[in-house]
Design a protein around this ligand. Structure first.
Ligand code: ADP
Ligand code: ZN
Length: 519
C-alpha cells in the first residue's frame, strides 16, 4: 500500500470520526483492505469492527457494499455516518421506488461511499444488474456468522452472498463477526471461499464482567435479592418466552422496581417506547426476550440476568456482552435448571434432523458449562478457541472454588482412550470404554480389547465426562471441527503422554433441581 493512503487513514480517523488512535488491529485490517486482500475479522462486540470497513470506504474511490442482516442496524449506522458528513445510504425493503432510484443514481455518479444492503436485496436480479454498472471498491459482510448453520443466528440468504458478489465484480471481501467458534469460523471461510484470507482475531475476554451461575431454586426470591443490591442501576433480564417476560416485569413492578417488558409480541410503539425509556433511564430494568439487544449501545448496563437457561453458550456470551461496555463492572447472573434444557429441547422437536441435532449439541454445551466447576471465563474463552489460565478471580467458580484433585493418572487414561480408539469418537463412547461397557459399539469396534477398557469402572460416568472436558479445556484435546462431537489429540496431549506432569482438576459439582424452581 502506498504511504499516502496510510497517512490518509490516520487523518480521516481524526477528521471524520474525531478519534486520535486506532484500536487494536484496526489499522492493520484497514491496510489489508486497501491492499485489496480478502480479510476476516473476528472481534467481540464493542471492539470497533464497523470502523474497519467504514474508514477504508471513505479513503478510496468508489462505493463499498456493506451486507447487514437487520434493517434497524443498517439505519442506525447510516444515520450515524450521515451525521458525521459521510455519504452513506441503505437499500432494503422499506424504501419506496423513488427512494431506490435516488440511491442508485448516487451510486452510479460515484458520490456514495457506503451502500448498506440486506442480503435479500442484494440477491435481487435488478440490483445485481445495477451494481455491475457501478464502481464498487470492496464488499463488507457484517455479522458473518449468519452464514453458518452452526452459529446461533443462521440466515439462509447469507449463503448466496458470495455467488452474487462474484457476478458483480472482482472485489476484495471483508467478513466480520463477533461470534466465531472455530467451527463457525471454518464454515464462514469455506462458504465465502476465503480460506486464504488474512484473519484478524482479537481476544474475547471481557475482564470487567463477573460470571455466575446459580441453580434455579426459588429464582424469584433470588432475583429480588440480587436487584435490591443494585437499586437504580441499569440492567437487562432475559427470559425465554413472551409470557415469562410479561410475568417477571409485572412481578418486579409489584415489588417496587422500575421495570418494563420487551418482546416481539408487543406492538411497535410500545416496544420502541420501552426501549427508549430504558436508554433514557426512565426505566431501570428491561425484561426481554433475546429479541432485545442487537445493536443496542447503552454503555452503563450494570447487570445481565438470564432468568431462564439460554439456548447456546454463544448466544449467552453475546447477551452478557451487553453489560459493562463502559469498562466498569458488569454482573452476569444465570439461573440454570435442567428442566429448562428439556423445555428447549421440546421446542426443537419439529425441526429438520440436522438442525435438531445441532440445537441439541448447543444445549449440551450449555448444560456442561452451567454444571461445571471450572473457571467460567476459561470455559467461555475456550469456546472461542482461546486458552485462558485460571483463576480469573471474577467468576463464581474462582471466588468459591470447588474441591480439587490430582488428575495426572485420570488425564493419561482420557488421552490414551482418545488415541487408542482412533480419534473418531465423542465423549459418551470414550466414557463407555473407560468404564468397561460392553455395549454394541464398544464390542463391534473391539474397544473392549483395549488396555484402557474398564480401567475406570469404579467411577461414575459424570466423573469421567468431567475429566475429559477438563482435559479439553486445558488445551490437551481438540474438538474435531469437521465432525461435531468428536475429540482429537493435539501436540500438547501427545507431549503429556510422553512426559506426564502433575495437574489439578476440580471435582465436578452437579446441580439437581429442587421442586418449586420458579417461585
Ligand atoms: P462492534 O461493531 O465491534 O460491536 P462498533 O463498531 O459498534 O463495535 O464500535 C463500538 C464503539 O467504539 C463505537 O462507539 C465506536 O465509535 C467506538 N470506536 C471504534 N473505533 C474507535 C477508535 N479507534 N477510537 C475510539 N473509539 C472507537
Ligand atoms: Zn474464573
Amino acid at each position: 500500500m502506498i504511504e499516502a493512503q496510510q497517512a490518509t487513514l490516520k487523518e480521516k480517523l481524526k477528521e471524520v470520526f474525531g478519534y486520535n488512535q486506532f484500536r487494536g488491529k484496526q489499522e492493520l485490517i484497514m491496510k489489508n483492505i486497501l491492499d485489496k486482500k480478502n480479510t476476516f475479522v473476528i472481534m467481540p462486540t464493542g471492539a470497533g469492527k464497523s470502523l474497519c470497513y467504514q474508514l477504508p470506504a471513505i479513503s478510496q474511490e468508489g462505493t463499498a457494499i456493506v451486507v447487514s442482516p437487520l434493517i434497524a442496524l443498517m439505519k442506525n449506522q447510516v444515520d450515524t455516518l450521515n451525521a458525521l458528513g459521510v455519504n452513506a445510504r441503505f437499500l432494503n425493503s422499506t424504501l419506496s421506488k423513488t427512494e431506490v432510484n435516488r440511491v442508485k443514481k448516487e451510486v452510479l455518479n460515484g458520490d456514495l461511499k457506503l451502500l448498506y444492503v440486506a442480503p435479500e436485496s442484494l440477491t435481487k436480479e435488478e440490483n445485481v444488474a445495477f451494481l455491475q454498472k457501478a464502481h464498487i471498491s470492496f464488499a463488507a459482510i457484517d455479522e458473518a456468522h449468519c452464514i453458518s448453520e452452526w452459529g446461533h443466528d443462521f440466515r439462509p440468504e447469507y449463503r448466496k452472498i458470495k455467488a452474487i458478489l462474484q457476478q458483480i465484480a472482482d472485489i476484495p471481501v471483508i467478513a466480520l463477526t463477533a461470534t466465531a467458534t472455530p467451527k463457525v469460523q471454518l464454515d464462514i471461510q469455506k462458504n465465502l471461499n476465503m480460506e486464504k484470507a488474512n484473519v484478524f482475531k482479537s481476544s474475547f475476554n471481557r475482564d470487567n464482567l463477573f460470571y455466575e451461575v446459580r441453580p434455579k431454586n426459588q429464582a424469584k426470591k433470588q432475583l429480588i435479592r440480587f436487584l435490591n443490591d443494585r437499586k437504580g442501576k441499569s440492567g437487562i433480564i432475559y427470559c425465554l418466552s413472551r409470557k415469562k417476560v410479561e410475568e417477571i416485569a409485572e412481578f418486579l413492578n409489584v415489588n417496587g422496581f422500575n421495570a418494563a417488558p420487551y418482546h416481539a409480541g408487543l406492538d411497535g410503539n410500545m416496544r420502541m417506547k420501552n426501549q427508549d425509556d430504558f436508554l433514557n433511564e426512565d426505566v431501570d430494568v428491561i425484561v426481554a426476550t433475546i429479541a432485545f439487544g442487537m445493536g443496542i449501545d447503552k454503555p452503563d448496563v450494570r447487570f445481565v440476568v438470564h432468568y431462564d437457561t439460554p439456548k447456546s453458550v454463544e448466544g449467552y456470551y453475546q447477551e452478557t456482552g451487553r453489560a459493562g461496555r463502559d469498562g466498569l463492572v458488569g454482573d452476569c447472573l444465570m439461573f440454570y435448571s435442567y428442566n429448562d434444557i428439556l423445555k428447549l429441547e421440546k421446542f426443537n422437536k419439529d425441526k429438520p434432523v440436522t438442525e435438531k441435532e445441532n440445537a441439541k449439541l448447543l444445549l449440551e454445551e450449555m448444560s456442561s458449562y452451567a454444571e461445571s466447576s471450572v473457571c467460567r471465563r476459561k470455559q467461555l474463552l475456550h469456546y472461542f478457541g482461546e486458552t485462558y489460565h485460571e483463576p480469573c478471580g471474577k467468576c463464581d467458580n474462582c471466588t468459591h472454588p470447588k474441591e480439587k484433585f490430582q488428575a495426572k493418572e485420570e488425564m493419561i487414561i482420557a488421552l490414551k482412550t482418545v488415541k487408542l480408539t482412533g480419534e473418531r469418537f465423542g465423549i459418551n463412547h470414550l466414557v463407555n470404554v473407560i468404564r468397561g461397557s460392553k455395549d454394541q459399539y464398544v464390542t463391534s469396534y473391539s474397544h473392549d480389547q483395549l488396555e484402557v477398557h474398564g480401567v475406570g469402572s469404579e467411577k461414575e460416568p459424570e466423573f469421567w465426562k468431567s475429566v475429559i472436558r477438563q482435559t479439553m479445556l486445558n488445551g490437551y484435546l481438540d474438538k474435531d471441527i469437521e465432525n461435531i462431537g468428536v475429540l482429537k489429540m493435539n501436540e500438547a496431549g501427545e507431549e503429556f503422554l510422553k512426559d506426564p506432569k502433575d495437574i489439578e482438576f476440580t471435582i465436578n459439582h452437579i446441580y439437581t433441581d429442587v421442586g418449586d424452581e420458579d417461585q
